[in-house]
Write a new protein. Structure first.
Length: 294
């Protein structure tokens, strides 16, 4: 009898949460002038597909709740897709007029996953199970989904892997050195996660330095060199994020997910990505209009 009452209470709570989410979506629709700016179908599919596949793997093969996995991977996946898209833009785009529209579309994954992660994190509460322990085959499938995501994302731009091999090699060296130099008590997933985050911070700063030097050397007159320098910073972030996401998936196998302290680390990722966006794509401030005022 008690079980039936508990199940009924859970069902009512789920229905109430769904209704609340629909109300919030309705308010959002009423407050936005043009929803088409926020609903790019290919981008939505590319963002949700890997999260859905990993969630199914954890649920079907691991026999566990997929919510911790989605909560852990949502933000890194979104930032990776946004960063990878911007990498390709600054590598090949020559029409500056197209940058605002292209950028608006490419940054959308970060917004999608931010909403997903926020809803899951708030609804799960503090007492909900936050760890995962799955088998090696299930972990391999999840890593395969991650690899597939990287391949699909760069499918039309595979030369990025060779053209910026200097960044990939330097970042890999930082990650390997920090991971291998870990304390004997530290798990492999936690060590790899920490090393990846440190490498992202270091390489992003190096990218910003290269950006300023490129501008200084060319007096900000050579667009190709300047965009190449911007590409360096975004490539560094996406390269580190691949290792970062892999460490999260490995933690599903080792049972270290709770030890990764992802809420704090993901917040640092948001800070680094936001900083990069504001450095390279900041919209004009109010002072711009003072300069162009008649």
């Amino acid at each position: 009898m008690t079980t039936n009452v508990r199940n009924e209470t859970n069902h009512k709570m789920i229905l109430w949460r769904v209704a609340l989410l629909l109300i919030l979506m309705g308010l959002l629709a009423l407050s936005v002038d043009d929803l088409t700016h926020y609903a790019n179908i290919p981008t939505v599919a590319l963002t949700l597909a890997p999260l859905g596949l990993i969630a199914l793997t954890v649920k079907l093969m691991g026999k566990q709740s997929p919510l911790p996995a989605i909560d852990a991977l949502a933000l890194p996946v979104g930032i990776f897709l946004a960063g990878a898209g911007l990498t390709q833009v600054f590598q090949s785009l020559t029409d500056l007029v197209a940058i605002p529209i292209v950028t608006a579309i490419l940054v959308m994954p970060a917004i999608y996953v931010g909403v997903i992660a926020g809803v899951i994190h708030c609804w799960r509460g503090q007492k909900t199970e936050t760890n995962i322990k799955i088998s090696t085959p299930a972990t391999a499938v999840c890593l395969g989904v991650l690899l597939l995501l990287v391949i699909i994302t760069y499918a039309d731009h595979l030369y990025h892997f060779t053209d910026r091999s200097d960044i990939w090699l330097l970042q890999a060296g930082i990650i390997i050195a920090l991971t291998l130099g870990r304390s004997p008590e530290a798990g492999i997933a936690k060590s790899l996660c920490n090393a990846s985050l440190v490498s992202i911070m270091i390489m992003t700063i190096l990218g910003i330095i290269e950006l300023t030097l490129a501008g200084q050397k060319t007096s900000f007159s050579d667009l190709t060199q300047y965009m190449y320098a911007i590409n360096t910073a975004y490539t560094a972030m996406t390269a580190g994020l691949v290792a970062y996401m892999a460490s999260i998936i490995i933690s599903f196998k080792t049972g270290e997910l709770e030890e990764l302290q992802l809420p704090t680390k993901n917040w640092h990722l948001i800070e680094a990505f936001s900083f990069l966006i504001f450095i390279t794509l900041a919209p004009p401030s109010i002072y711009h209009f003072l300069d162009v005022a008649p």
